[in-house]
Design a protein around this ligand. Structure first.
Ligand code: PLP
Length: 470
């Protein structure tokens, strides 16, 4: 079938699987394992479902890695992209402008918290963060404070995989190898209550982790460009939900120390936490906000970094002052991506997406309460329509399973038998469905997850003894 389209015959599927092993390098994938199995071939999507080459249907329980909002193959977004395609697919924003890039910038300024006034487009979550870090760094340079060049982030942070985004990241297993390539970043303790790095309890700590952040800012006073945070929930770290008030305190600390705040809303933006943006819930207006993933409803790669007039104005000057922001990507403000993003935003109103969320969030909460009773479930965490279920070898001691046991992966693979696609982060089972998921499918997603945890853990007698201290 070289050069032909995929027709769906079993021999075509086998060919795709074979060529996959031969030619494709998948993200975050150990190919020694991958190449021993036949990958699931997805050929279509409809609403909250994915369809495989044998026409089997699966609930997309991870929203195609945390980006799908209104479902796959949505007629309104499809139409917007098709209409745009009939005009032009892409035109550079270098020296030119386009109506839908301008319109999208306007809509984003309207939607995001007051004070964010300018929009810089890029391609994905990582580049949105790179842009924010470079803007923060250059801002202080242009303000004649070039010594403010370091960043502060939290342990277990994840902001993407380019070198700047990795510099402000803090997930050891992903990032430690690249440390020699990274710029200076100080790390505050992660607000991870289940495994508090300070050994405190949430009912008595009074946000001691935020105090540590304050100490860090005081120790490096005058040297920090910006604090970077994932507001409310650190997704890639295993859906670590921050204690209430943490983000608000971070904003206050940034003000006290005259440091910029970068809110990475790449995963949380566009309704995921129950409000359009997570920052709204703690009344914390960032100086820079990074958006991607849900920006196009999960259709096309597009990102935006929003900032204030104060920061934007610091870059204004005569050419020979060299304050121009020398940064840009070929596909900056891509016309198809902007069309998808505008349609995505329209759908929030048309389909009353946010108004429908509380019932879904409640449904998730009810099921999670039951799941939490399982002996091998150490913690369940929820923020809006996201959940992380942390599996442990021993509930009382919070011992983890040995890494090589891949218990989380086994639970998720098992779920495929019941028509559900989910993906773990180590042994945290992640549930992150499209916001448009129907109640019926949400109930099924939750009950299949419960069942798979029961069945896989029951089949793992040796695993329980094989833990280590977390
Ligand atoms: N920031 C956050 C909070 C993320 O969760 C992610 C991806 O998961 C990124 C940035 C990176 O986005 P991308 O994979 O589009 O580069």
């Amino acid at each position: 079938m070289a050069g032909q389209t995929f027709k769906g015959a079993p021999s075509d599927t086998r060919q795709i699987q074979q060529w996959d092993r031969q030619h494709l390098w998948h993200p975050f994938t150990q190919h020694k394992l991958w190449n021993q199995s036949d990958p699931l071939v997805i050929v279509a999507g409809q609403g909250d479902m994915l369809v495989d080459a044998d026409d089997r249907k699966y609930i997309d329980g991870v929203a195609s890695i945390w980006c799908n909002v209104h479902g796959h193959n949505h007629p309104h977004i499809n139409q917007a992209i098709a209409d745009q395609l009939g005009r032009i697919a892409h035109c550079t924003l270098l020296g030119l402008t386009t109506p839908n890039a301008v319109e999208l910038a306007r809509r984003l300024v309207e939607l995001t918290p007051d004070g964010l006034a300018k929009v810089f487009f890029s391609d994905d979550g990582s580049t949105a963060v790179e842009v924010a870090c470079k803007m923060a760094f250059a801002y202080w340079h242009h303000r004649s404070q070039p010594q403010r060049r370091a960043f502060v982030a939290v342990h277990e942070a994840y902001h993407g995989d380019t070198i700047g985004a990795v510099s402000v990241g803090g997930i050891e297993i992903f990032h430690k190898l690249f440390r020699p390539l990274l710029f200076e970043t100080h790390r505050a303790p992660a607000p991870y209550c289940y495994r508090c790095p300070l050994g405190r309890r949430p009912d008595e700590c009074d946000l001691a982790c935020a105090d540590k952040l304050g100490e860090l800012l005081a120790r490096h006073r005058g040297q920090i460009a910006a604090v970077v945070v994932e507001p409310l929930i650190q997704c890639a770290a295993g859906m670590i939900v921050h204690p209430k008030g943490y983000l608000h305190r971070v904003r206050r600390l940034c003000d006290e120390h005259d440091v910029l705040l970068i809110a990475d809303e790449v995963a949380t933006g566009f309704g995921r936490t129950g409000t359009m943006f997570a920052c709204e819930q703690e009344d914390a207006i960032p100086d820079l906000m990074c958006l991607s993933k849900g920006l196009t409803g999960g259709y096309l790669p597009l990102a935006a970094t929003l900032t204030t007039d104060r920061i934007y104005n610091a870059f204004l000057g005569d050419m020979d002052e060299q304050k121009t922001f020398y940064h840009g990507h070929t596909y900056t403000g891509n016309a198809l991506g902007c069309a998808a993003a505008l349609a995505n935003i329209e759908l929030f109103e048309r389909e009353q997406t946010l108004a429908q969320l509380p019932a879904k969030i409640d449904c998730m909460r009810r099921h999670l309460a039951k799941i939490a009773e399982h002996d091998n479930v150490g913690d369940v965490r929820q923020c809006g329509l996201v959940a992380g279920i942390e599996l442990v070898a021993d509930g009382a001691s919070r011992k983890l399973f040995a890494y090589g046991q891949q218990v989380g992966a086994k639970v998720c693979m098992h779920a495929r038998r019941y028509g559900v696609i989910i993906r773990p982060l180590a042994d945290v089972i992640v549930l992150f469905p499209p916001l448009s998921i129907s109640m019926e499918h949400l109930e099924r997603l939750m009950s299949v997850t419960t069942r798979c945890i029961d069945e896989v853990l029951a089949d793992l007698p040796a695993g329980r003894a094989d833990g280590y201290e977390g």
